[in-house]
Each structure stands twice: as C-alpha cells, then as structure tokens.
Design a protein around this ligand. Structure first.
Ligand code: GDP
Ligand code: IMO
Ligand code: MG
Length: 424
C-alpha cells in the first residue's frame, strides 16, 4: 500500500520540518504543502549550502519528487516568484515538478499592509507580517481572491477594487492603502501571473490521481500545533491549521487515505512572537540554547525565545495530531549541558495540572514542574547509529517515548541532511 504521510510540527514551529522533509523525500514521489504561506521558513542544508524555503515544498531538492502547493495555503505571487528563481538558479527545472493549486487564496499587497497595521496596536501577536492573517480573514469572510480568479480579469478587477475600497473605509488613516489603486494592483498581479500560470492546476484531482496510481505522498506542515487556530494558544497563533487534520482540508486528500503521522519536535522549545510560554528561560541556560541552536527566525531573523522541553504540551500535540511516530531534532544543542530539564506538569494555584490547556490566562500564570536528567556530554553530531549513543541520552529518549506514548523513529543531530540517526 502506498504511504500517505502527514509531517507536522508539534511545538510553536521551527522544529526542523524542512530538514526532515528533505531527509524523508527520497521515500516519496510527491511532497505537498497544505497550509500557511511565506510565514514559514524551512531550512535545508546539504553539500555545505543552506537554503530557506517559504512556500515551495522541501522536497524540491530531491530529484524527481513532485512538489505541490495545496489549496489550503495562501500564496503571495511576489514571494513565490522570488523563491522559484532561487530554486531555478540551482539548476532545478520546475516544469513538471511544481504544481500550484488554483483554489489557494492570494496574498495581495494590501494584506501585508493590514498585517502591519494590526501589529501596531496593543493586541500585537508578533506576526511575520507576510499578510497571512488578513488573507485567511478574507477567505473566511468570503471575499477572498483565489488563484483561479486571475483567469477572469474583469471579475478580478471588480473584486480587488471592492476589497480595497472596503479597507480604505476601515483604515482611512493609512496613506499606504489610500495610495493604492485597484487597477495597478491587478495589473501587477497579471504580470506576475504570467510567470506562474503554467504551474497552476486542480491539485486535489492531481493528488487523488497520484494516490490511485499508488504513489507515496508526504504532506509537509508549516508552523506547529501550538500555533493552530483551534488547538493552539489563541489568539497567539497563526490563522490556519498546522495540525494533521489541516492536511486533509488543505489538499483534498480524505482522512481515510492518511497512513501515518510524523510529529517533529525539538529537544527543547522555541517560540517567535508573543504569547505564553511556560518553560521559557530568561537566564544563561536559555542564552546558551539560543546560541548553540542559532535560534533566529528563518523568515524574519527575529531572535527566538528559548526554554526547556514541555512534555505536557508535547503529549497534547501528539494526541491532537494522532502522531504515529516522532522525530526529535536539535538534541545536539544540549550536548554541553550537565543537566537537562523537561517539564512534565504545570502548577497552578498550588495544584498540579497534568493536561495542557489552550487558556492563555492560565498558561500565563502556571509554573513548570521539571524532571531533571543527567547530561550526556558527547558530541552527538558525529554519531550515526543509535547503539553508539551514550546511556544518559538513551534514558532521556526512553522517558520522552514513555511519557508521550509515541516512539521516536529518527533523531536529527545537526542541520545537515546526513546528520540523522534512524532509531527503530
Ligand atoms: P522548520 O521551520 O521547522 O523547517 O525549522 P527552521 O528551518 O525554521 O529552523 C530549524 C533550524 O535548526 C534551522 O536552522 C535548521 O538548519 C536547524 N536544524 C534542523 N535540525 C537540526 C538539528 O538536529 N540540530 C541542529 N543543531 N540544527 C538543526
Ligand atoms: P515554520 O513553518 C515559527 C508565528 C509568528 C507569530 C504567529 C502569527 O517555519 O515553522 P503569522 O505571520 O503566521 O500571522 O504569525 O505565528 N509563526 C511562526 N513561528 N515558525 C513558523 O513557521 C511560523 N509561522 C508563523 O511568529 O507568533
Ligand atoms: Mg521555520
């Protein structure tokens, strides 16, 4: 039977999804993105070179793998074309390799302006300002503009003008919006469309045909479960469904076709932007994690907040995603720590809480309760098989598996493609 795998981040994003998709891609015929947009920054490192992808699936650097940008994504043509140019500059031919859903919604320049305006108030989320929230906002308000609308220029112009006029009424003080003309916006879009139109198709039909042909498909999540609009720390979330359920909605692959769910987590926790973070560290240990893990956003360059692994949250996100196997990344960052903490429960008003909660008011005031593990004091990045790992490391891994009830199948030990250990 062919494998239809969802790969999803289990924390607040940046778990190393790009690297792991790159590692797993040779096992698949197709890799598809199902939600989010250019807010994602997925890093791949091979042959001593680093690449950051935002919209194009991380299978693009694996020969022959077909890459699909699914209907659940939001697409900024400007960002997409820039990325296509980056990929083609590496001598990768995109014809027949890249397909873009005609049902995906567009991010237009005014969405990025609204994203920035929304971030100036006191209800700041710390977004990437890529226009993600405003584009999904239009989608759900049923005035969004889909890729397929570009094929009907008169209708497109009418929709863009209506949307722009509406925004000008709501944000009269924005010079940037007031200076924007619907006609110019459409004309720019039509020029960009010429560069992407040959890749646009009905990807839900394409993907289902691939399934019938027996091909293996990897569905690449962006962001992470704790940023999910339903299951994350609302309102400090992204405006889509990074969790495995989002993979069906965002591709048109039905739930009964999914064969397994790979959940990725870092051996510690990071978060970019605002919102509660129970295990956040403000001391030298946090600084050391940030430094050793090079914790700066791949899309915005912002420093990532760092803290210990939160197993209370991880157990929850394993359940929400239906994780069938785990991949742990970046434990090599902890190589030099004499002691490693993991949070197994929260303390709230002197009472123990064992289950994660999405209630940010509670999350803001709970205290983490830690279990401490002896460090392994070994350079993991040089090791390539599980048996050669130090005992202290294996004790740590076993604890995580028992606590979450999920087995770890791969351990990533560095940014590069070959720094990977197969466990089971
Ligand atoms: P993504 O958004 O989930 O794809 O993750 P990012 O690419 O935003 O961030 C992960 C960062 O960690 C990137 O700089 C990767 O090159 C790097 N990385 C991935 N896996 C490992 C690992 O196992 N060890 C170390 N040290 N770095 C890693
Ligand atoms: P990858 O795929 C980490 C965060 C932003 C902000 C919140 C909302 O690389 O893991 P948005 O621009 O989506 O409206 O911002 O979500 N965020 C991410 N954090 N990794 C990401 O993607 C993220 N994409 C969005 O920092 O807190
Ligand atoms: Mg990232």
């Amino acid at each position: 039977m062919n494998k239809i795998t969802v790969l999803a981040g289990l924390q607040w994003g940046d778990e190393g999804k790009g690297k792991i998709v790159d590692v797993l891609s040779p096992q698949y015929d197709v890799v598809a993105r199902y939600q989010g947009g250019a807010n994602a920054g997925h890093t791949l490192v091979f042959n001593g070179k680093k690449y950051v992808l935002h919209l194009i699936p991380s299978g693009i650097f694996t020969d022959g793998v077909i890459c699909i940008i699914g209907n659940g994504t939001v697409i900024d043509p400007e960002a997409l074309i820039e990325e296509m140019e980056l990929v083609t500059s590496e001598k990768i031919e995109l014809g027949g390799r890249l397909f873009i859903s005609k049902d995906a919604h567009l991010i237009l320049p005014y969405h990025k302006i609204i994203d920035a305006i929304n971030e100036t108030g006191k209800n700041k989320i710390g977004t990437t300002r890529k226009g993600i929230g405003p584009s999904y906002f239009d989608k759900y308000a049923r005035r969004g503009i889909k890729i397929q609308d570009i094929m009907h220029p008169d209708l497109l112009k009418e929709k863009v003008k209506n949307n722009l006029n509406y925004l000008k009424r709501i944000f009269p003080e924005s010079d940037e919006l007031n200076d924007m003309s619907g006609d110019d916006t459409c004309n720019e879009l039509l020029i960009r469309y010429e560069k992407i139109k040959s890749y646009i198709t009905d990807t839900q039909i394409l993907l289902n045909n691939f399934i019938e042909e027996g091909r293996n498909i990897l569905l690449e999540g962006a962001q992470g479960a704790l940023l999910d609009i339903d299951f994350g720390t609302y309102p400090y979330i992204t405006s889509s469904h990074p969790t495995s359920g989002g993979a069906c909605i965002g591709t048109g692959i039905s739930p009964n076709k999914i064969t397994n769910v790979v959940g990725i987590f870092k051996a510690y926790t990071t978060r970019v932007g605002e919102g509660p973070f129970v295990t956040e560290l403000f001391d030298d240990e946090g600084k050391l994690i940030a430094e050793r893990g090079s914790e700066f956003g791949a899309t915005t360059g912002r420093p990532r907040r760092c803290g210990w692994l939160d197993l209370t949250a991880l157990k929850y996100t394993c359940k929400i995603n239906g994780v069938t196997e785990l991949v742990m990344t970046k434990s090599d960052v902890l190589d030099v720590f004499p002691e490693i903490s993991v949070c197994t429960k929260y303390i709230f008003n002197e009472k123990e809480i064992k289950d994660f909660t999405t209630d940010c008011e509670i999350l803001k005031s709970v205290k983490p309760s830690y279990i401490k593990f002896k460090g392994w004091n070994t350079d993991l990045s040089r090791l390539s098989d599980y048996d050669s790992l130090p005992d202290n490391y294996k004790i740590y891994v076993k604890f995580i598996e028992e606590y979450t009830g999920c087995k770890i199948s791969y351990i990533s030990t560095g940014p590069s493609r070959e720094q990977i250990i197969r466990k089971n």
